[in-house]
Design a protein around this ligand. Structure first.
Ligand code: AHR
Length: 539
C-alpha cells in the first residue's frame, strides 16, 4: 500500500498539521497475551461484487478503457482492489442473484442473451459471467463466495451450477465448462444459499419454514457433489426486520446441521431527506451515527444466541459461524433514481453513495467491532466493491479513485493479522438513547505471533477533545519488549469532506506522531473524531 505524499496532500487541503491538538482526556486499554477472543479469519476483509448499476460494467469491467486487460477488466481498478487488501469477494448478488440464470453468463460471449434484471430494473448483457469473474479473482488472489438462486430457481439448479463450476470432467455440465475453455475445475469453497429470502422485495421470497427446508435440502444435495464446501444460510436481511429472531430460529431449526454459517446484513443510516426537510426531532448527530457500532454488536450477539439456542435444543455441540456478508453505510443514494431508472438501462448509476469522513470513521469503528467478534464472525463483506456503495469509484473511460471508506478498510486488512486480544477499555462515556452509555474509545488489538507485531486500532468518538490513550501491554513483546513500528491516523477537521474525481486524495492517512512506548505501556494522543492504527514491532 502506498500513501502518496500524505502530509503534502493534507496541507493542500488545509488540514491542521499533526500535533496541533489541545488538552486530552484519559482513556486506557488493557490487553493480555493470554486473553484472546480468537483467531482473526482473513475472510473478515471480504467485499461484494453484484451485477448492479456500475459495479461490474464500467466498474471492474470496461473493454476499451485505456487500462483494460485482454479480458476487458480495468487495470486501474485491479490495482486499487489489491491495495484495498480484499481477501474474498461475494458474487453475483444480492437481489440480482434471486432472478439470475447462470447459464446466460457462460459460453461464447456473442451468443449470450440480453435479459431484464427485475431486481434493479436494468438490462443485463451477460458479458461478464462465472468464468470471467473467476479469472479476475484468480489473478487478484481473491477467494470467491458464490451464491445460488433460490428465488426463481432452486435446488436442482444449484446442483447443476456447482457441477458446472467444480466437477473435474466427464459429465455433460463439467465438460461444458471445459468446452468453454476452463479445463481445471474452479475452486469455490464457500456458497450462499440464496439472498435475503425474508425480504418482501426479494424475488421468490419465502416463509422461514419454506426457506429453512429448501436450504436444508439444497445443502444436502450440494454436499453430495462437493463434500468439502462451506454453506451459508440466509439470516434476516436486517436487525430491524419485524421477523428478526423468529426467522433465524425457524430457518435454523431446519438447516442447522447442514450449514456452516448464518448470514447478517446491515446498512448504517442517518435520518436523511432527499428534499432536505427532515421530520421534527430527527437525530442527525454524529454521536448517534457512531452508536450503530454497538447496535451491530448486539445484532451479532443476538444472532449467536439464537444459533446456540437452536444447537442447545438439538443437544448439538456444533457452533454455527456468522457471515456478515453485507455491511456498509448506505442512506443517501437509497431513494428514487438511485434505486430505479426508466427504460431498462444498461449499467445505470445506481446506489452511488459518496462517502464522507464521518462515514469512514464509522466504517473504522465497525471494523474494530467485527474484529472483536472474531470468535464467531469468520466472513464479512463490505458491500460493495466498485461504484455501488463502494470504496472504489470509477468514471467510464476515466480515472478510478478511493472513497474515504477505502482507508480504514485498507489499514485494517493490512495490519489485522493474527489473534484478536480481548480489549479491556476504561474511557469516559456519552449517553445514547437506545444504546446507553457509550465509551468514546472503540478499539481492537491484534497480535501476530508469527512476526511478533501488535496492531492497535482505535477510534476516538469524541468530536471536540483529543484522547490521551494509554495501552497496557501485558505479557507481550518478550524480554526485549515492543517498539513503535508505524502509526497512521484518519482525521479531517471537516467531517463532511469527501474524495471526488477532481480531488481524489482530499482524505487519506497521515503519519501519527507523538507516540511513546515505555516498557509495557504505549501512549498516544488521538485527535478528536479520528480513527488510528498503531503498529508495534519486537525491539
Ligand atoms: O447491496 C445492495 C443490496 O442490498 C443487495 O442486492 C441486497 O442483498 C441488499 O438488500
Amino acid at each position: 500500500m502506498t500513501f502518496p505524499n500524505a502530509a503534502a496532500a493534507g496541507a493542500r487541503a488545509g488540514i491542521a498539521s499533526p500535533g496541533a491538538v489541545g488538552e486530552g482526556f484519559p482513556a486506557t486499554l488493557t490487553v493480555h497475551r493470554d486473553f484472546a477472543i480468537g483467531a482473526l479469519d482473513r475472510r473478515l476483509f471480504g467485499a461484494f461484487v453484484e451485477h448492479l448499476g456500475r459495479c461490474v460494467y464500467t466498474g471492474i469491467f470496461e473493454p476499451g478503457h485505456p487500462t483494460a486487460d485482454e479480458q476487458g477488466f480495468r487495470g486501474d481498478v485491479k490495482a486499487l482492489v489489491k491495495e484495498l487488501g480484499v481477501t474474498l469477494v461475494r458474487y453475483p448478488g444480492g437481489n440480482f442473484m434471486s432472478g439470475y440464470d447462470w447459464e446466460d453468463g457462460v459460453g461464447p460471449r456473442d451468443q449470450r442473451p440480453r435479459r431484464l434484471d427485475l431486481a434493479w430494473y436494468s438490462t443485463e448483457t451477460n458479458q461478464v459471467g462465472t468464468n470471467e469473474f473467476m479469472a479476475w479473482c484468480e489473478e487478484l488472489g481473491l477467494s470467491p463466495m458464490f451464491g445460488v438462486n433460490l428465488g426463481t430457481r432452486g435446488m436442482d439448479d444449484a446442483r447443476r451450477y456447482l457441477e458446472y463450476c467444480c466437477h473435474p470432467g466427464g459429465t455433460e455440465l463439467s465438460d461444458r465448462r471445459r468446452a468453454h475453455g476452463v479445463e481445471p475445475p474452479h475452486r469455490i469453497p464457500l456458497w450462499c444459499l440464496g439472498n435475503e429470502m425474508d425480504g418482501p422485495w426479494q424475488i421468490g421470497r419465502k416463509t422461514p419454514d419454506e426457506y429453512g427446508r429448501l436450504a436444508q435440502e439444497t445443502a444436502k444435495l450440494m454436499r453430495m457433489l462437493q463434500p468439502g464446501i462451506e454453506l451459508a444460510a440466509c439470516g434476516s436481511s436486517a436487525f430491524d426486520m419485524a421477523t428478526y429472531g423468529e426467522w433465524e430460529d425457524r430457518v435454523l431449526s431446519h438447516c442447522h446441521d447442514e450449514v456452516d454459517f448464518v448470514s447478517l446484513h446491515s446498512y448504517f443510516v442517518k435520518p436523511f431527506a432527499p428534499d432536505g426537510v427532515l421530520p421534527p426531532g430527527a437525530d442527525t448527530s454524529t454521536e448517534s451515527f457512531f452508536a450503530q457500532i454497538e447496535t451491530n454488536a448486539r445484532y451479532i450477539e443476538a444472532t449467536v444466541a439464537i444459533a446456540d439456542a437452536v444447537a442447545a435444543r438439538r443437544r448439538s455441540k456444533k457452533r454455527l459461524m456468522l457471515s456478515f456478508d453485507e455491511w456498509n453505510v448506505w442512506y443517501r443514494a437509497r431513494h428514487g433514481h438511485h434505486l430505479k431508472q426508466d427504460g431498462w438501462p444498461e449499467a445505470p448509476r445506481l446506489l452511488e453513495e459518496v462517502y464522507t469522513v464521518e462515514d469512514a470513521l464509522l466504517v473504522g469503528g465497525m471494523l474494530c467491532m467485527l474484529m472483536n467478534h472474531a470468535d464467531r464472525v469468520k466472513v464479512a463483506c463490505l458491500a460493495q466493491l466498485v461504484n455501488v456503495i463502494a470504496p472504489i469509484m470509477t468514471e467510464p473511460g476515466g480515472p478510478a479513485w478511493r472513497q474515504t471508506i477505502f482507508w480504514p478498510f485498507a489499514l485494517a486488512s493490512r495490519f489485522g493479522r493474527g489473534t484478536v486480544l480481548r480489549p479491556s477499555i476504561a474511557s469516559p462515556t456519552y449517553p445514547h438513547v437506545k444504546e446507553g452509555e457509550l465509551p468514546y474509545l472503540v478499539a481492537s488489538v491484534v497480535w501476530n505471533e508469527d512476526d511478533g507485531t501488535l496492531a492497535v486500532f482505535a477510534l476516538n468518538r469524541h468530536l471536540a477533545a483529543p484522547m490521551d490513550l494509554a495501552v497496557a501491554l501485558q505479557g507481550l513483546g518478550g524480554d526485549a519488549g515492543l517498539a513503535l513500528g508505524e502509526a497512521w491516523e484518519l482525521h479531517d477537521l471537516d467531517l463532511h469532506a469527501t474524495n471526488t474525481v477532481d480531488l481524489p486524495d482530499r482524505f487519506q492517512p497521515r503519519a501519527l506522531g507523538g507516540i511513546c512506548v515505555d516498557g509495557d505501556t504505549l501512549r498516544a494522543t488521538l485527535r478528536p473524531a479520528s480513527w488510528n492504527v498503531i503498529v508495534l514491532r519486537p525491539r
